[in-house]
Design a protein around this ligand. Sequence first.
Ligand code: SF4
Length: 352
Amino acid sequence: MEGWQKQLANRITTVEQLARKIKLTEKEKQEIKKVTGKFRMGISPYYLGLIVQNDPDCPIRKQAIPSINELTVRKEELIDPLGDEKRSPIKGITHRYPDRLLLYPTYQCASYCRHCFRRRIVGRADKTLTPKETAEAIDYIKKHGEVKEVILTGGDPLVLQDKEIADLLGKLKKIKHLRWLRIHTRVFVTLPCRITPKLVKILKSAKPLYIVTHVNHPKEITPQFKRAVSRVLNAGIPVLNQGVLLRGINDDVKTMKELLYGLSESGVKPYYLHQCDLAQGISHFRTSVRTGINLLRQLRGFISGMAIPVYMIDSPGGFGKVPVGYNYIKSYRGKVIRLETFRGKVIDYTEP
Ligand code: SF4
């Protein structure tokens, strides 16, 4: 068994296992038990090791260990917030946008994020595609010439075995109308030892390929994370990040700045910052949209524009992502556009 496979086999999935590693009060144990009755827990030993004991505000703890707040479901929250199933023409595919689609080979992840937007389904073994279902999904893609990009997501596609990944990528590479492939994965954060030289070789054979990670806090940028990123970058595969704006975790300027610096320095381009979706039981993670807009406004101009992600709200019901942000255009008067600079100075720009 390789190191990453041992990590997966030794994931912490019960409160009893967790209590052997982390100090928990009786009340916490009872609460975790209740929550895990509804939403799965799974924490890789590596990710658990990043938790600072005795710190209730530890950002890793908040993302990994269930909280009783998860049992509070608000009326605006949805089981399937992004309408993945509504836009699914066939098992394993969501086809929401004209030129790209999502393919879910598995719903297993190395660790289950407490803020997961697919919490209704992650970890369900019965949802992993069988070889027959995979063949049908590939067939669907073959028949849709308008699809230029397939995004492997889940779950986490990189928890599959090397051979399964190689087979799937190999089949997709043969489809001539696909221009490039993309993989959404959190193993860089929760299981960085998964990025083995052998896996990198497989990924390299599927170029042009983009990897999109999911880092939310500077504490997740460890030497192991950086090594995993370097291996992939050295193979000529770009790495981007989609983070989630999380209350009490990264919704302050200091933390967000450090996160964006840390990512850029590691060679990871901050791509999107997501407003927390309307998934059930995660309202305690959700900030206001105004908080997010204000946060990015305080960074624009003060840190490199290259390090600033686009703030996105994924519209409830599956209608697609909407970019949101501060409006620097103050007025249009004929050909004169009044602009506000990052320092608040108002200037006019005259169009031809
Ligand atoms: S890695 Fe992604 S799919 Fe898996 S639990 Fe976290 S947010 Fe959900």
